[in-house]
Write a new protein. Structure first.
Length: 561
């Protein structure tokens, strides 16, 4: 007996956030045609018919609200046909809800006898955003006074964007007080306090998104304290509905037994002619009595500038990036020297910036810190010879010779010269730097490295309850060839870079300057919030100190400048 055998299948997909298309496929795999065949498509609640995409294939279709009724106008032969029905959602449905479209097919044999019903369905989930937060810290261990970098990932794994996303970051605390201070945040937060940093993001599409936060640990915090930073994310869907939030945390343990490595890059010249060479000294000094198992240094040269030589030689290179993989870096000064060659076609006036990034681990190989430094060199053609150049050089030589003579004279009469003074607040922050040099910008990179070393020393020796007991006491440290004397007052710490054969009289000069300064500004310094105008009066005392007036205290009008 020859009879038709009908099957039906259905699939659906979104063509936009409010439109979809359903495919209805009917096949006859039997041995005869179906004399009559009709089908009914039932759309989900909230969805309306919007037409067909393509030919009706000998079907006559009539929409009626949520239903579409179609009847074949010719017998359905042994074949396969697919109709594509379009639908739309006029009023937004709840995001995440599932809607089901069903189709029902009836048919007869060649004699007109009803053979039965076939059905199929296609579920679709209303598009929505699905956002989860994930937070990571760049260091599992960190020094007191060190920094921690946080990355807060806001990943949208849904099908549509989120109009509003709120990120609330709760900063670590210790004994109910803030344990860190914010150094930087990107993008700029919409709200920030001592305990909270908040961002409000708009139109967060599908994919991975992130914000970053860098904090500095309070120097007085003790070894072994665990700092836990938590981030909570809430958001709205496309319809403005609040969606469930999520939370993620990252923990860092304070450890005093860690290396501290700061990169410093110094160029041997400030200007260079096209085709000339520039030598660099890259310092990666470890200022702590702790071993760094691994130090990775990346140097990024300006585009088109080759590296002529390096000592020690780099381990790998890719484009303008040169990498050193160093191991077992102990306490003390460490140096890489390299030379670059400026292209002959380098544009005059262009600034060639060389950047160095240093990352290092503790003795167990766990990453604990990193730093970045750079040095700029300007491409210039040396001035041609009117005698002004020689005259200027002669004047410079005379000035330098005079300074050398002054230094020799002071040494001969047993006096020590104070070359630099760093005035720091009692919490280790720099208030101001003073110098006796004619060009304060010269060797700024060395001074930056020196300041970092001073601050690390202050954090270790002067901060906290133990530091309060050192009021008026003298400490001494060395930075390369430089000798630095440090004296702590009630509110400030003065670090003086000295040169000369004898320094026994210098501490008394520093103490006198600190005493005079605090007599005038002690009340301001107790509550100082970083406003430089409030401490401008410190200049008089520090300039007197560096100029040598405190060698004869009777010539200084203490407290009455």
């Amino acid at each position: 007996v020859a009879i038709p055998f009908i099957t039906v299948s259905k699939a659906g997909s979104f063509t936009s956030s409010s439109t979809m298309e359903y495919s209805i496929t009917i096949a006859n795999s039997g041995s005869a045609s179906a004399r009559n065949l009709w089908w009914n498509d039932t759309l989900p609640p909230g969805v309306v018919y919007a037409g067909f995409n393509g030919s009706l294939l000998n079907a006559a279709c009539t929409p009626a609200g949520r239903w579409v009724n179609c009847t074949m106008v010719v017998p359905f032969t042994q074949t396969l046909r697919t109709w594509r029905l379009k639908a739309q959602i006029p009023t937004p449905l709840p995001p995440g809800s599932t809607i089901v479209n069903s189709v029902f097919v009836n048919y007869t044999d060649s004699d007109g006898t009803l053979l039965g019903e076939r059905r199929a369905s296609a579920p679709l989930t209303i598009q929505t955003s699905n956002i989860q937060v994930f937070k990571v810290a760049d260091s599992a261990r960190a020094l007191p006074g060190g920094t921690i970098g946080y990355s807060i990932y806001v990943n949208n794994t849904g099908q549509s964007g989120a109009p509003l996303v709120w990120i609330n970051d709760t900063l670590p605390q210790n004994a109910g007080l803030p344990a860190v201070t914010v150094v930087s945040a990107a993008p700029v937060p919409s709200y920030r306090t001592d305990s909270t940093v908040q961002w409000q993001l708009t139109n967060v599409g599908t994919g991975v998104h992130s914000v970053t936060l860098i904090v500095q640990i309070r120097p007085a915090l003790g070894d072994g304290i665990v700092l836990t930073n938590g981030a909570t994310v809430n958001y709205t869907d496309a319809n403005g509905n609040d969606r469930p939030g999520s939370r993620s945390t990252a923990a860092t343990t304070i450890s005093a037994n860690l290396p501290a490595i700061a990169g410093a890059l110094v160029a041997n010249r400030r200007t260079v002619e096209p085709g000339g060479s520039v030598g660099y000294a890259l310092y990666y000094n470890n200022t702590r009595v702790a071993l760094a198992a691994s130090v990775v240094i990346d140097v990024f040269l300006p585009s088109g500038v080759p590296m002529s030589s390096a000592n020690p030689r780099f381990d790998s290179t890719a484009g303008g990036r040169f990498t050193w993989n160093l191991t077992s870096i102990g306490t003390g000064e460490h140096l890489i020297q390299f030379v670059t060659t400026v292209p002959t076609n380098a544009a005059l006036g262009s600034v060639l910036r060389t950047t160095v990034i240093v990352n290092y681990t503790d003795d167990a190989g766990i990453r604990v810190g990193g730093s970045q430094a750079f040095a700029d060199v300007t491409v210039e053609v040396p001035a041609a010879g009117p005698p002004w150049l020689l005259i200027g050089a002669g004047i410079a030589v005379a000035i330098v010779a005079g300074l050398i003579a002054l230094r020799l004279y002071l040494s001969a009469i047993g006096q020590t010269v104070i070359d630099e003074v760093f005035l720091l607040h009692r919490d280790g922050l720099l208030v101001k730097h003073y110098t006796r040099r004619l060009k304060p910008d010269v060797d700024s990179d060395i001074l930056s490295g020196m300041l970092i070393a001073v601050q690390n020393f202050v954090n270790e020796s002067f901060i906290g309850e133990a530091g309060l007991q050192k009021e008026g006491q003298l400490d001494e440290m060395k930075f390369g060839q430089y000798r630095i004397l440090l004296v702590r007052g009630k509110s400030v710490i003065v670090a003086a870079v000295v040169s000369g054969p004898r320094v026994e009289k210098v501490p008394a000069q520093i103490r006198a300057a600190v005493e005079d300064l605090e007599n005038e500004l002690g009340g301001v310094l107790e509550k100082w919030d970083g406003n430089m105008d409030q401490v401008s009066g410190a200049d008089r005392y520090m300039q007197d100190l560096i100029s040598g007036r405190y060698r004869n205290p009777s010539k200084v009008r203490r407290g009455n400048h």
